[in-house]
Write a protein that binds this ligand. Sequence first.
Ligand SMILES: Cc1ncc(COP(=O)(O)O)c(C=O)c1O
Length: 383
Amino acid sequence: MSKEKLGLNTICTHLGEVKDEQFKGAVSPMYLSSSYEFLDVDVKRYPRYFNTPNQEYLAKKIAALEHTEAALIFGSGMAAISHMFLAFLQKGDHLVVQNTLYGGTVNFIKEEFPKYGIEYTFTNGYKVEDFETAIQPNTKLIHIETPSNPLLTITDIKAIAKLGKVKNIVTSIDNTFASPVNQNPIDLGIDMVMHSATKYFGGHSDICAGAVASSQEYIDRVWNVSKNLGGSLSDMTVWMLERSMKTLGLRVKAQTKNAMKMAKWLNKHPKIDKVYYPGLKSHPEHKLAKSQMKGFGAMLSFELKEGLDAYQFQKALKLIKSSMSLAGVESTVISPHLTSHALLTQEERDKVGISDRLIRFSVGIEDVKDLKRDIDKAIAALK
Ligand SMILES: Cc1ncc(COP(=O)(O)O)c(C=O)c1O
């Protein structure tokens, strides 16, 4: 591959292919070996060392998409986030973390950090001042999520990166919701990017995976911890993920376009109270989102009008599935208070604004008219 700058879809399709030197096949061969030559070789390969041919090459694609030097692929998004945190935080260190973020990350911090003697502060909000006031002398990492799950809050990535540089604190971001198609936080100064690759990278609701991308130096630091914790992804799934990522650009752009149409339509719907989507001018951080995102993404949330039952609404949908996960080519909905944020107390959910009427909507690639009809019919079916 030449050194000229490649376009997004070319990176998705070609970069990080394992060349089939023997048979000249069009796609990467799958190397399932868990045992490689040890004597007289430059690289000692082993799946848990994240360096089988398929792992090594797919990591190059992810690094190229996130504009970083290196990346590692994990068995889940939570493996990626936990290994990243544990590589940069040790006993006595302190993490500043955004209060509006994926519930699994909240659980990991609350349930596991006390066992490791790591301190943490959840911010009171998602503005840069909220992060600044939470910093302590032992803060070693600031972690943000923007757009956040499920309320689509937008945090100023550049301002957080600057804060980290000024205070000499490493910064990381969960870029799952935007994907590199819509947002490149490294270009805005953030040090590390992580993904639940279960979502847009996989895109077909049939893969569980994760990724961290950063400079070679930081990825080496993560690797040093990850090789001990053992959260690598099986080569069969790595191969599937490579195949899925060939269409990442096409899928996410089509989904993003659909999401904008659905957000505008829902925003005017008489039975919908509120729509959370950074692409809407009414979103409080619309201008900020526009300045730091290439597209507004394909995730949105909305609240049904008082008296309309969110559970019955989801049961009444025929085309749009109710589903735990998100970001597949098929549209899905879920109540965050029953799933991703179920382990938060009612008080905690109220504090961040996750009501029982909130529906998180992952917009797929279907025809918008069919999605609208499905929602209208489901609402009409409610008593
Ligand atoms: C924003 C975000 N980050 C991380 C995760 C965790 O990823 P995984 O389920 O692949 O472990 C999720 C899962 O829903 C997510 O939505």
